[in-house]
Design a protein around this ligand. Structure first.
Ligand SMILES: Nc1ncnc2c1ncn2[C@@H]1O[C@H](COP(=O)(O)OP(=O)(O)OP(=O)(O)O)[C@@H](O)[C@H]1O
Length: 255
């Protein structure tokens, strides 16, 4: 078999993370995501998923281990990867276009120039024709697309997404997650996505990392296993035996 030669876009090596001196939240967590790839992390509530994203983003420094961006050590250095939260957090007093442009303007670009840079991307993000509307005039799905564009315009090629679809209804959610994986892949954006929803993880990811443990009961979480997803199937993937078998494996690792 051919050796894998692609350097991961983001790699976590043997992370041990803690919020206080006495107890670890997670131990020995290693994961990676290739350019344009989407991977998911699933685990029970409170097991440390967000804690891992904080460390990957550089917002917190691990007690042990390293975070590498294209092979470069970024452990504890914020601002190198993009981070998107569950809520779209758009500013109500700015139009959709101006919300999307915020990272460019904060970075010092003149607003008119920032708008011109963002405009060609509106179509790809499904926002053509609504750029001058206010966030309150759009559906949750459209607001989330604007939040994705804003995340993309942060200019990093790795995005960390914490439960990005949980506020959306089931149909919008199904639609937007397939769109997201396709678009991120086309743009070369590597994504690490946290979700509670096993179906969603299997549908989106090329690999699902399953966490087990209960830090609140003094049991630090570790990766119980990683499940590679084979999406090369005939017909609809979410009706295929491959989907069911991957889902079963994730559920069994979750216990
Ligand atoms: N800022 C913080 N300070 C101290 N402890 C924290 C902090 N954030 C989280 N914790 C603790 O760390 C543990 C893991 O929390 P975390 O939010 O990472 O879990 P999670 O898997 O993302 O949970 P959920 O799925 O419910 O969002 C919990 O025991 C939580 O109480």
């Amino acid at each position: 078999m051919a050796e894998k030669t692609v350097m991961p876009a983001l790699e976590a090596r043997d992370l041990t993370l803690t919020w206080d001196e006495d107890s670890d939240v997670v131990r020995h967590v290693s994961l990676c995501v290739d350019p344009g790839e989407t991977v998911c992390i699933v685990g029970k509530s409170g097991c440390g998923k967000t804690t891992i994203l904080h460390a990957l983003s550089g917002l917190t420094r691990p007690r042990e281990g390293q975070v590498l961006l294209h092979g470069r050590d970024i452990t504890g250095k914020p601002g190198q990867v993009s981070y998107m939260l569950q809520k779209d957090l758009l500013l109500q007093s700015r139009t959709i276009l101006d919300n999307a442009c915020l990272p460019l303007v904060i970075g010092g670009m003149r607003p008119a120039e920032a708008r011109e840079k963002a405009r060609p991307l509106l179509e790809r993000f499904g926002l053509a024709g609504v750029e001058d509307k206010w966030p309150s005039q759009l559906s949750g799905g459209m607001r989330q697309r604007a939040a994705f564009l804003r995340t993309y315009l942060m200019g990093n090629d790795v995005a960390l997404l914490d439960e990005p679809f949980s506020a959306l209804d089931a149909l919008t959610r199904a639609d937007i997650r397939s769109w997201y994986v396709r678009t991120a892949s086309e743009l070369g954006m590597a994504s690490v996505v946290i979700t509670h929803d096993v179906d969603e993880a299997v549908i989106m990811a090329s690999r699902v990392y399953v966490l087990e443990g209960d830090p609140r009961a003094g049991v630090p979480s570790t990766i119980a296993g990683e499940v590679p997803i084979n999406r090369q199937v005939e017909g609809a993937f979410d009706l295929s035996p491959e989907f069911l078998s991957a889902k079963r494996e994730v559920l069994s690792l979750l216990g």
